[in-house]
Design a protein around this ligand. Sequence first.
Ligand code: 6GU
Length: 232
Amino acid sequence: MRVDAVTLFPEMIDRPLSESIVGRAREEGYLKLGFSNPRDFAGDRRRTVDDKPYGGGTGMLLMAEPVYKALLKVRKKNSTVILLTPKGRRFDQSAAQALAKKKHLVLICGHYEGIDERITPLADMELSIGDYVLTGGEPAAVVVIDAVTRLIPGVLKKSDATVKETFTGGLLEAPHYTRPGVWRGKEVPLALLSGNHGRIEDWRRARAAELTGISRPDLLPTAAKTRPRKKI
Ligand code: 6GU
Protein backbone atom coordinates (compact mmCIF):
# COMPACT_ATOMS: atom_id res chain seq x y z
CA MET A 1 0.00 0.00 0.00
CA ARG A 2 1.05 3.58 -0.60
CA VAL A 3 0.24 6.39 1.84
CA ASP A 4 1.02 10.07 1.29
CA ALA A 5 0.61 12.63 4.06
CA VAL A 6 -0.05 16.29 3.25
CA THR A 7 1.60 17.96 6.22
CA LEU A 8 3.62 20.97 7.32
CA PHE A 9 5.54 18.68 9.71
CA PRO A 10 6.53 15.46 7.90
CA GLU A 11 9.05 14.55 10.61
CA MET A 12 6.23 14.21 13.15
CA ILE A 13 4.92 11.29 11.07
CA ASP A 14 8.11 9.91 9.51
CA ARG A 15 10.04 9.49 12.79
CA PRO A 16 7.54 7.48 14.86
CA LEU A 17 6.74 5.31 11.83
CA SER A 18 10.43 4.39 11.35
CA GLU A 19 10.49 2.17 14.46
CA SER A 20 9.32 -1.34 15.26
CA ILE A 21 6.81 -3.20 13.10
CA VAL A 22 5.80 -0.30 10.84
CA GLY A 23 9.46 0.64 10.32
CA ARG A 24 10.12 -2.92 9.17
CA ALA A 25 7.01 -2.91 6.96
CA ARG A 26 8.43 0.17 5.23
CA GLU A 27 11.86 -1.44 4.79
CA GLU A 28 10.24 -4.57 3.35
CA GLY A 29 8.05 -2.56 0.95
CA TYR A 30 4.62 -3.42 2.41
CA LEU A 31 4.13 0.29 3.13
CA LYS A 32 5.42 3.13 0.97
CA LEU A 33 5.09 6.37 2.90
CA GLY A 34 5.51 9.74 1.19
CA PHE A 35 5.01 13.39 2.13
CA SER A 36 3.83 16.54 0.43
CA ASN A 37 4.37 19.81 2.27
CA PRO A 38 2.03 22.79 1.67
CA ARG A 39 4.98 25.02 2.65
CA ASP A 40 6.65 24.05 -0.64
CA PHE A 41 3.64 25.49 -2.48
CA ALA A 42 3.34 28.84 -0.68
CA GLY A 43 2.91 31.79 -2.99
CA ASP A 44 5.25 34.32 -1.39
CA ARG A 45 8.92 34.69 -0.48
CA ARG A 46 8.17 34.17 3.21
CA ARG A 47 6.45 30.87 2.35
CA THR A 48 3.24 31.82 4.18
CA VAL A 49 0.67 29.03 4.51
CA ASP A 50 -1.71 30.46 7.14
CA ASP A 51 -3.96 33.48 7.50
CA LYS A 52 -6.58 35.01 9.82
CA PRO A 53 -10.16 33.68 9.69
CA TYR A 54 -12.78 35.82 7.92
CA GLY A 55 -15.31 37.11 10.42
CA GLY A 56 -12.72 37.17 13.17
CA GLY A 57 -11.91 34.64 15.84
CA THR A 58 -8.84 33.21 17.49
CA GLY A 59 -5.97 31.48 15.77
CA MET A 60 -4.87 31.07 12.20
CA LEU A 61 -6.16 28.88 9.39
CA LEU A 62 -4.28 26.88 6.77
CA MET A 63 -4.94 28.55 3.41
CA ALA A 64 -6.67 26.48 0.74
CA GLU A 65 -4.23 27.00 -2.16
CA PRO A 66 -0.98 25.61 -0.66
CA VAL A 67 -2.88 22.59 0.69
CA TYR A 68 -4.59 22.09 -2.68
CA LYS A 69 -1.30 22.19 -4.59
CA ALA A 70 0.33 19.80 -2.09
CA LEU A 71 -2.64 17.44 -2.55
CA LEU A 72 -2.47 17.61 -6.36
CA LYS A 73 1.19 16.59 -6.24
CA VAL A 74 0.32 13.19 -4.69
CA ARG A 75 -3.33 12.50 -5.62
CA LYS A 76 -3.95 9.83 -8.26
CA LYS A 77 -7.13 8.45 -9.82
CA ASN A 78 -7.37 5.56 -7.33
CA SER A 79 -6.52 7.61 -4.21
CA THR A 80 -8.70 7.69 -1.10
CA VAL A 81 -8.35 11.20 0.31
CA ILE A 82 -8.86 11.56 4.07
CA LEU A 83 -9.07 14.81 5.98
CA LEU A 84 -7.92 14.40 9.59
CA THR A 85 -9.99 16.63 11.84
CA PRO A 86 -11.63 16.39 15.28
CA LYS A 87 -14.93 17.01 13.44
CA GLY A 88 -14.57 13.76 11.49
CA ARG A 89 -16.19 10.38 11.96
CA ARG A 90 -14.52 8.34 14.68
CA PHE A 91 -11.69 6.12 13.45
CA ASP A 92 -12.10 2.56 14.75
CA GLN A 93 -11.00 -1.00 13.93
CA SER A 94 -13.64 -1.48 11.24
CA ALA A 95 -12.50 1.76 9.56
CA ALA A 96 -8.91 0.48 9.74
CA GLN A 97 -9.98 -2.78 8.06
CA ALA A 98 -11.76 -0.89 5.27
CA LEU A 99 -8.75 1.39 4.67
CA ALA A 100 -6.33 -1.57 4.66
CA LYS A 101 -7.99 -2.73 1.41
CA LYS A 102 -7.19 0.52 -0.43
CA LYS A 103 -4.30 0.97 -2.88
CA HIS A 104 -3.44 4.56 -2.02
CA LEU A 105 -4.36 6.78 0.93
CA VAL A 106 -3.75 10.51 1.11
CA LEU A 107 -4.01 11.90 4.64
CA ILE A 108 -4.44 15.66 4.93
CA CYS A 109 -3.29 16.97 8.31
CA GLY A 110 -4.83 20.19 9.54
CA HIS A 111 -2.82 22.51 11.75
CA TYR A 112 -3.34 25.78 13.56
CA GLU A 113 -7.10 26.18 14.09
CA GLY A 114 -7.95 24.15 10.98
CA ILE A 115 -8.06 24.39 7.21
CA ASP A 116 -10.09 26.66 4.94
CA GLU A 117 -13.46 24.87 4.64
CA ARG A 118 -13.25 24.87 0.82
CA ILE A 119 -10.71 22.00 1.09
CA THR A 120 -13.28 19.68 2.73
CA PRO A 121 -15.11 18.66 -0.50
CA LEU A 122 -11.79 17.42 -1.94
CA ALA A 123 -11.71 14.66 0.70
CA ASP A 124 -13.58 11.35 0.40
CA MET A 125 -13.99 11.26 4.18
CA GLU A 126 -13.18 13.11 7.38
CA LEU A 127 -11.75 11.11 10.28
CA SER A 128 -11.07 11.87 13.95
CA ILE A 129 -9.17 9.55 16.31
CA GLY A 130 -11.15 10.50 19.43
CA ASP A 131 -12.99 13.13 21.39
CA TYR A 132 -10.12 15.44 22.29
CA VAL A 133 -8.30 18.17 20.40
CA LEU A 134 -4.73 17.76 19.14
CA THR A 135 -2.48 20.60 17.98
CA GLY A 136 -2.55 19.08 14.51
CA GLY A 137 -3.52 16.04 12.49
CA GLU A 138 0.00 14.50 12.49
CA PRO A 139 -0.35 12.33 15.62
CA ALA A 140 -3.71 11.18 14.22
CA ALA A 141 -2.02 10.29 10.91
CA VAL A 142 0.51 8.18 12.85
CA VAL A 143 -2.33 6.36 14.61
CA VAL A 144 -4.26 5.70 11.38
CA ILE A 145 -1.18 4.55 9.44
CA ASP A 146 -0.07 2.25 12.28
CA ALA A 147 -3.49 0.64 12.65
CA VAL A 148 -3.85 0.14 8.89
CA THR A 149 -0.29 -1.09 8.23
CA ARG A 150 -0.51 -3.98 10.68
CA LEU A 151 -3.56 -5.23 8.76
CA ILE A 152 -1.69 -5.47 5.44
CA PRO A 153 -1.25 -9.21 4.73
CA GLY A 154 2.34 -10.25 5.51
CA VAL A 155 3.18 -7.40 7.91
CA LEU A 156 2.41 -9.46 11.02
CA LYS A 157 4.16 -12.77 10.63
CA LYS A 158 1.54 -14.53 12.75
CA SER A 159 -1.57 -13.43 10.87
CA ASP A 160 -3.70 -15.07 13.58
CA ALA A 161 -2.76 -12.08 15.74
CA THR A 162 -5.14 -9.86 13.77
CA VAL A 163 -8.05 -12.30 13.97
CA LYS A 164 -8.59 -13.00 17.67
CA GLU A 165 -7.41 -9.72 19.08
CA THR A 166 -9.11 -6.88 20.90
CA PHE A 167 -11.99 -5.22 18.99
CA THR A 168 -12.01 -7.45 15.92
CA GLY A 169 -14.28 -9.90 17.72
CA GLY A 170 -16.12 -6.99 19.30
CA LEU A 171 -14.76 -7.72 22.79
CA LEU A 172 -11.63 -6.69 24.65
CA GLU A 173 -8.97 -9.38 24.75
CA ALA A 174 -8.48 -11.70 27.71
CA PRO A 175 -5.31 -10.98 29.72
CA HIS A 176 -2.02 -12.58 28.61
CA TYR A 177 0.81 -14.04 30.72
CA THR A 178 4.34 -15.25 30.00
CA ARG A 179 7.09 -16.84 32.09
CA PRO A 180 7.75 -17.11 34.99
CA GLY A 181 4.66 -19.03 36.17
CA VAL A 182 4.93 -17.33 39.54
CA TRP A 183 6.13 -13.73 39.54
CA ARG A 184 6.58 -12.00 42.91
CA GLY A 185 3.99 -14.28 44.44
CA LYS A 186 1.45 -13.75 41.61
CA GLU A 187 0.44 -16.91 39.76
CA VAL A 188 -0.60 -17.43 36.15
CA PRO A 189 -4.27 -18.60 36.00
CA LEU A 190 -4.36 -22.41 36.15
CA ALA A 191 -6.55 -22.80 33.05
CA LEU A 192 -3.72 -21.39 30.89
CA LEU A 193 -1.26 -23.99 32.22
CA SER A 194 -3.68 -26.89 31.65
CA GLY A 195 -2.63 -27.64 28.07
CA ASN A 196 -6.35 -28.26 27.38
CA HIS A 197 -7.23 -26.05 24.40
CA GLY A 198 -10.97 -26.22 25.02
CA ARG A 199 -10.54 -25.15 28.62
CA ILE A 200 -8.14 -22.36 27.62
CA GLU A 201 -10.62 -21.04 25.00
CA ASP A 202 -13.49 -21.14 27.54
CA TRP A 203 -11.38 -19.29 30.08
CA ARG A 204 -10.38 -16.62 27.54
CA ARG A 205 -13.97 -16.11 26.35
CA ALA A 206 -15.21 -15.72 29.92
CA ARG A 207 -12.44 -13.27 30.89
CA ALA A 208 -12.96 -11.29 27.66
CA ALA A 209 -16.70 -10.93 28.36
CA GLU A 210 -16.07 -10.05 32.01
CA LEU A 211 -13.38 -7.48 31.20
CA THR A 212 -15.49 -5.88 28.46
CA GLY A 213 -18.44 -5.59 30.87
CA ILE A 214 -16.23 -3.80 33.40
CA SER A 215 -14.07 -1.57 31.17
CA ARG A 216 -16.15 -1.07 28.01
CA PRO A 217 -19.80 -1.99 28.56
CA ASP A 218 -20.61 0.14 25.49
CA LEU A 219 -19.01 -2.60 23.34
CA LEU A 220 -21.28 -5.39 24.57
CA PRO A 221 -24.35 -4.97 22.29
CA THR A 222 -22.05 -4.93 19.21
CA ALA A 223 -20.11 -7.93 20.50
CA ALA A 224 -23.36 -9.89 20.85
CA LYS A 225 -24.18 -9.13 17.22
CA THR A 226 -20.65 -9.97 16.06
CA ARG A 227 -20.56 -13.38 17.73
CA PRO A 228 -24.07 -14.86 17.82
CA ARG A 229 -24.76 -17.40 20.55
CA LYS A 230 -24.81 -21.03 19.51
CA LYS A 231 -28.29 -22.51 19.20
CA ILE A 232 -28.97 -25.12 21.86
CL1 6GU B 1 -7.70 13.94 13.27
N1 6GU B 1 -7.00 16.19 14.41
C1 6GU B 1 -6.91 17.01 15.46
N2 6GU B 1 -6.33 18.22 15.31
N3 6GU B 1 -7.37 16.71 16.67
C2 6GU B 1 -7.93 15.51 16.81
C3 6GU B 1 -8.05 14.60 15.76
C4 6GU B 1 -7.56 14.98 14.56
N4 6GU B 1 -8.67 13.49 16.21
C5 6GU B 1 -8.90 13.73 17.50
N5 6GU B 1 -8.48 14.93 17.86
